[in-house]
Design a protein around this ligand. Structure first.
Ligand SMILES: Nc1nc2c(c(=O)[nH]1)N[C@H]1C(S)=C(S)[C@@H](COP(=O)(O)O)O[C@H]1N2
Ligand SMILES: [Mo]
Length: 365
């Protein structure tokens, strides 16, 4: 048996579509959303996807401290009560895991085997981070701010606390929120209680949960989750490019009735209402969503955006004809970026924004 706590601890090889017990266990811990909740603007509490690398730390809100330290002029600490006494903002933000769609990328990587379901929109409550960073005042030599969680574990034999960084100029362009609440409730333990950040417009890895430390650093951060992973790579040795903003994406509520195990759908011939959500990163607006039936596309109606950093609703009427069909949706954002029909290649299966495809069987009425 190989020791997973000693570097280098290479990942297991995979066969497309075949998952081992460890991957199944990971998939059961890191639940996905229910696609039927895409009918709602805000994901119901408990139905948001979860992605936690290690264990969920059980932290005491009353004694929790957030430390601003490192290359700041005026380092300080905050309690949760002090954070709640600052100006409060509530905003819906669509989060998506960078690994969403990984199981559709071939050959697939040994990791969390997401299909389509790692996306959701909670209404997050907290205080904007920028005024607190201004109060701490990064020293002239500071280049990045690091965000570290209370969760410690190993990946590829490397032990670390989950941590990420953002460069000072990236932070200027981002509306990062220091969050203690979701959907009108305190953060649930699995979503980062008592404190996390939410980085609107970026894939989920930037939104560090169980936040304990905000540090100003004078050299680019070399944390595992920053430099060893969350990079787009052609192959294992490729240094790659960092994963940042969410790529344009859409999902549909699968219409009709499901088959219990295969999740294929059954509808009756005639007019079928199809709806879903579409979103993109960097605050980019959705300008078009199309519904595809066996490769023929019709434009859907956009039914409104949930917020500046949240998804846009869409719906379309499909005149379903008897037989088996592949139903797809694809979105285009304001930059002109459109979802591809085939998964873009990435060694780790990051950023797969290929069109959502659902198998539908249409019965004669
Ligand atoms: N401390 C910590 N923060 C974390 C993670 C983690 O494992 N530990 N996972 C990240 C990833 S990869 C994603 S996609 C989001 C998921 O947030 P959620 O579980 O609240 O949906 O949290 C991010 N923040
Ligand atoms: Mo993620």
């Amino acid at each position: 048996m190989s020791n997973p706590f000693q570097a280098p601890a290479p990942k297991a090889t995979t066969t497309d579509g075949v998952y081992d017990d460890a991957e199944r266990a990971l998939a059961n811990r890191n639940s996905g959303t229910l696609l039927e909740t895409l009918a709602l603007d805000v994901t119901p509490t408990g139905a948001h996807y979860l992605l936690t690398h290690f264990d969920t730390p059980i932290l005491d809100a009353a004694s929790h401290r957030l430390r601003f330290h490192g290359a700041f002029e005026t380092p300080f600490e905050l309690t949760l009560d002090e954070i709640c006494a600052l100006p409060q903002v509530t905003m819906p933000v669509t989060l998506e895991c960078a690994g969403n769609g990984r199981s559709g990328v071939s050959p697939r990587r040994y990791s969390m085997p997401w299909g389509y379901e790692a996306a959701g929109t909670y209404e997050w409550t907290g205080t904007p981070l920028a005024p607190l960073l201004a109060r701490a005042a990064p020293r002239a030599e500071a280049v990045e701010i690091t965000f570290t969680g209370a969760d410690f574990g190993y990946d590829s034999g490397c032990g670390h606390y989950f941590g990420r960084s953002l460069a000072l100029e990236q932070l200027e362009a981002l509306d990062v929120l220091l969050v203690h609440g979701m959907n009108g409730l305190p953060l649930l333990p699995q979503h980062g209680a008592p404190l996390r950040i939410v980085v609107p417009g970026w894939y989920g890895m930037a939104s560090v949960k169980w936040l304990t430390d905000i540090e100003a650093v004078t050299q680019p951060y070399q944390g595992y989750q920053q430099v060893q992973t969350y990079r787009y790579r052609e192959h294992a040795e490729d240094p790659g490019r960092p994963v940042t903003e969410i790529r344009v994406k859409s999902l549909m509520v699968p219409p009709g009735a499901p088959d219990w195990v295969s999740r294929a759908r059954l509808v009756t011939a005639g007019a079928v209402e199809v709806q879903g959500k579409a979103w993109s990163g960097g605050g980019r607006e959705i300008v078009k969503v199309e519904l595809g039936v066996d490769g023929h596309w019709q434009e859907a109606e956009l039914t409104g955006r949930t917020g500046p950093y949240a998804w846009t609703g869409w719906r379309a009427t499909w005149h379903a004809e008897p037989g088996a069909h592949l139903l797809q949706c694809r979105a285009t954002d304001a930059s002109g970026a459109q979802q591809p029909l085939e998964p873009p290649w990435d060694h780790s299966g990051f950023g797969n924004n290929a069109a959502h495809t659902v198998e539908v069987h249409v019965a004669q009425r």
